[in-house]
Ligand binder design. Structure first.
Ligand SMILES: Cc1cc2nc3c(=O)[nH]c(=O)nc-3n(C[C@H](O)[C@H](O)[C@H](O)COP(=O)(O)O)c2cc1C
Length: 364
């Protein structure tokens, strides 16, 4: 399995949903950075399960235990940083039948073939959304370093099923907005939409079904001129880690797929000098990236999150032992909608990628 990422900031995520612990190692972090532990816990709590009707009822505290790389007073030592998160609320018997009757939409069948049935199926094993907890720990560390470089990251639930929040004003994103979004569970820009999104999720759950949606994420304060053309672009870098978040099926930057429907004069972002003499653009359809290189405008991406594959209604599958077509009823506790809990995971993926970008460009 490849659960490692990065050239300069090397990330490794390990464990499974029902193993004793899950965890992360981050190599390449700058020494001497003091971490605010409470801020790390804020981020872990945003992703933790069991705190909202829109999420799985599995209850995990998700408290990270640092093994090495951080002093007792929270200063990074420069050695690899390793943290463990113990699993405590497992119901492994709910997953016994899935080894031979794979869940439609989940990784069970593909993994069964690839690993000849040796993969850990309990709770989805290494394919579980639970593996985003170590990613959020890594992101919480990286975003504290980034904030000292004036770089902020925040995201919100842009849509759940048919319910839509408003989009970021990509040319002008207030730091205060990102600061408050990045501390919230189920962050939205237009507060009253949250209620409607929750209603949609509950309706799906009662129908023994699930819902997907879109997360919009922004990064401000990026230095201009970072990244490379073609295969080394900022879009490439961010996409490669964003697709490490399970259930993400698409990503777009700036105007994204809407750009394909615009005329050139509508899509081009006109340049101007601001009062301080900095080059800015009046619009930001580019989402802060041109030619794979940062423009200094906010970097904005949207990630499409599919509906949770494990749904309670009866589905068709196969029995890989008997060779028959069979019916499947999935047990266990599942998120009726992954989207709210995916927000901190996607912000964290962006934080690790941006720290890597700074390191690659000699800015760390
Ligand atoms: C935060 C989070 C929570 C998730 N919770 C569940 C869940 O409760 N049940 C489930 O079947 N899938 C859940 N998933 C999604 C699966 O892990 C994912 O769909 C599966 O590994 C297959 O990978 P793919 O969808 O990327 O192809 C979750 C994903 C994330 C990011």
């Amino acid at each position: 399995m490849s659960s490692m990422w990065g050239e300069r900031i090397k990330l490794s995520v390990f464990g499974g949903s029902h193993t004793e612990a899950i965890g992360v190692t981050l190599d390449g972090l700058p020494a001497g950075e003091k971490m605010d532990w409470d801020e790390i816990l804020v981020q872990m709590a945003r992703r933790a399960p069991g705190q909202d009707p829109s999420a799985t009822r599995r209850v995990e505290k998700d408290e990270p235990h640092v093994v090495c790389g951080m002093s007792s007073d929270g200063v990074l030592t420069g050695a690899p940083l390793c943290a463990l998160i113990y699993n405590s609320d497992q119901h492994s018997k709910d997953y016994g039948n899935l080894k031979v009757t794979p869940r439609p939409g989940h990784a069970d069948y593909a993994a069964f073939v690839k690993y000849q049935g040796n993969n850990d199926i309990r709770g989805g094993g290494h394919f579980s959304g639970r593996l985003t907890a170590p990613l959020v720990f890594a992101g919480a560390v990286c975003r504290q370093i980034l904030s000292r470089h004036g770089i902020l990251i925040g995201g919100h639930v842009l849509s759940v099923g048919p319910a839509e929040d408003r989009r970021f004003n990509m040319a002008d994103i207030e730091p205060e907005i990102l600061k408050s979004l990045s501390r919230e569970y189920f962050p939205v820009l237009f507060p009253s939409i949250r209620q409607e999104m929750r209603r949609q999720i509950e309706e799906a759950r009662l129908a023994l079904d699930s819902l997907g949606g879109v997360v919009e994420c922004a990064v401000t304060g990026l230095p201009t001129g970072m990244g490379n053309p073609m295969f080394g672009g900022v879009e490439n870098l961010i996409s490669s880690i964003v697709f490490g978040v399970p259930a993400v099926k698409g990503i777009e930057f700036g105007a994204g797929f809407q750009a394909a429907r615009k005329m050139g004069h509508e899509n081009n972002d006109s340049f101007y000098y601001d009062d301080g003499g900095a080059v800015k653009t009046r619009t930001n359809n580019a989402g802060g990236i041109l030619g794979g290189i940062t423009t200094g405008m906010p970097l904005v991406f949207r990630a499409a999150v599919k509906p949770t594959p494990s749904i309670s209604r009866e589905q068709d599958t196969v029995n890989l032992e008997t060779g028959e077509n069979v019916k499947l009823v999935i047990k266990g506790r599942h998120d009726p909608c992954i989207v709210p809990r995916a927000v901190p995971a996607l912000e964290s993926a962006a934080a690790v990628a941006v720290l890597e970008l700074l390191a690659q460009n000699g800015k760390l």
